[in-house]
Design a protein around this ligand. Structure first.
Ligand SMILES: [Zn+2]
Length: 243
């Protein structure tokens, strides 16, 4: 089962901005101007591209573990893709007709290779790409699952140097007033990676930006510390894993 399919037409997901040019003459503006010609389309990049691409191209299993690992793979690879666009004439001038892949930069080949790996191998591969090394304590883990944990149980060195932009992306995606089910979906497919710590707590391995965003949000929670976080952790801890 493939993890990603090439989106047939990703115009509603992948474009970020459309620029029009106008060559109006006096006769054009009887009611509405219909002279707009699309001259440039820019596409989502970085974390925005990850969310958009997951929405239009992810066809793999929908459990939190599969989705979070696929999302992580996307973070590392989605910007390899080059997009192209076409326009068509509409009543009010040109409209975007299609956004399709011009060159996938081996995204799908890499996705197929990634898909063949076991969960253990996927985690190690992603960490290797991210940090060029895998902690010995991580490579000792044979299987991973996802559990929901209150944020107060997760410990990681606070990162004071986070770019406002990066943190802002997570924070705005989590609390933009987006519909609850959408937020749930976003958090579910952005599970952070942890190892067990003492007293039933968790030690953060990957996902500092997300944890920092969730901690910032938790400050506003009446029941402080109880905002729930999806955590990828060894199958031996945290009780029964989530589907
Ligand atoms: Zn006009």
């Amino acid at each position: 089962m493939a993890l990603f399919n090439s989106p047939g037409n990703a115009k509603y997901s992948m474009y970020r901005n459309i620029e029009y040019s106008y060559s109006c003459d006096e006769s054009c503006c009887d009611d509405y101007c219909r002279c707009g010609v699309i001259c440039d389309v820019t596409f989502q990049t970085g974390l925005n591209a990850v969310s958009a691409f997951m929405d239009c191209a992810y066809v793999g299993p929908k459990d939190a573990l599969s989705m979070s690992l696929a999302n992580w793979f996307c973070k590392q690879n989605v910007d390899r893709i080059t997009w192209k666009w076409t326009a068509e004439g509409g009543y009010y001038g040109e409209e975007l007709e299609s956004v399709t892949i011009e060159d996938d930069g081996d995204f799908f080949l890499r996705a197929t290779e990634f898909e063949k790996l076991s969960t253990k191998q996927k985690v190690e591969h992603l960490l290797m790409v991210e940090y060029k090394s895998v902690l010995e304590s991580v490579s000792k883990v044979h299987n991973w699952h996802v559990v929901k944990v209150p944020v107060k149980k997760i410990f990681g060195s606070a990162n004071k140097n986070l770019g406002v932009k990066t943190l802002g992306h997570y924070t705005s995606n989590i609390q933009s007033g987006a519909h609850h089910t959408w937020v749930e979906k976003f958090v579910k497919q952005n599970a952070i990676l942890c190892l067990p710590d003492v007293d039933g707590n968790f030690k953060l391995i990957d996902g500092r930006h997300r944890l920092t965003a969730i901690q910032a949000m938790d400050v506003k929670n009446k029941k402080k510390g109880r905002t729930m976080v999806y955590v990828i952790c060894p199958s031996a801890v945290g009780g029964k894993g989530l589907k």
